[in-house]
Ligand binder design. Sequence first.
Ligand code: NAD
Length: 371
Amino acid sequence: MTTHKLLLLPGDGIGVEIMREVERIIAILNGKGGANSFETESDLVGGAAIDAHGVAISEGAMEKAGIADAIIFGAVGGPKWDDVPYEIRPEAGLLRLRKDYDLFANLRPAICYPALADASSLKKELVEGLDILILRELTSGTYFGEPKEIVTLENGEKRGVDTTVYTTSEIERIVKVGCDLARKRSGKMHMAAKWNVMKTGVLWRDVTVATHKAYAPDVELELILADNCAMQLIRNPKQFDVVITDNLFGDVLSDEAAMMTGSLGMLPSASLGPPDPKTGRPKALYEPVHGSAPDITGKGLANPIAMIASFAMALRYSFDMTKEADIIEQAIATVLGNGLRTADIMQNGLEKVGTEDMGKAIAAEIEQALG
Ligand code: NAD
């Protein structure tokens, strides 16, 4: 039996409520005594850590993160910490994890569960059964390039500057992650960039083609201009499987793809670092896309599906537990198909449930499927 170490960082607000539903599933998996088991530790992050330690993540929690095989993260922030100094704000905990572990590959799936296809802003037939994965470079590009400034010109006008910078190795490593993911899925990968007007786009195109040829010629690669990709995602999203792109385009395209499929409460994500020299596995952090939702905290209303689906991603991408990940995703689909809805995805005539009942219903399906 292989034991995997998980660090659970529930954080603030609904982060705490939805993490309980992941713990319920971990207990079921451990109870089944399969080939994989989980050892969990928990710690504070965000506002809760600021209250306890004066910083958004303590050195102790960072040490636990260092030895964990995967980090499962809830959400951070809330009005209580709106006025703390910028350097110690709740998000600083998440940013430190991303920076210290070089979590450069951000995976944002857009899955449309059949039961929610009617709720999409696109036509049902376009999104029903949709399952695409936007892979965004997260640690370089326009958001980090220097100079980044607003300067006052001699004539009194101001000029804002952002700089888009990429190096060969930064592109190579994300292309390799994309190829690995494509191999685990349909074997198809798009790369979106603007090589027609941007020098970084030319580099993305050339490095992608060369890396793909050397590393994964078996993967079907298609290059697409980023603006055309935005259009095609709306026109015919099911033509895509894995889409790799830079930080800026990825920010926009991943939101576009994800929101076709339903509520913020449904969207999981993963951030992967470089492979560990000892284990070959990347350091990885899994988290829902949404925040701490202070408006519904403590009311039992939070949708736990984004958090549970993030845990399913951990099983798939950190532990190769494809069967269990499939079972969790199928359990979510079944429960939605049975008409259970949290308030954020409620539709007429269906059964409204709270966080715990949604979590329990999904857990029951998982338990049954595991046999
Ligand atoms: P939010 O994602 O917390 O909430 C936006 C809206 O979506 C709210 O109405 C909320 O009730 C709803 N919502 C979010 N998740 C839900 C869920 N699981 N179930 C049901 N409804 C859900 O964004 P916000 O209100 O802009 O930010 C609130 C706090 O969260 C802020 O302090 C912000 O800085 C922080 N934040 C943290 C993260 C993170 O931890 N990664 C991400 C975004 C925002």
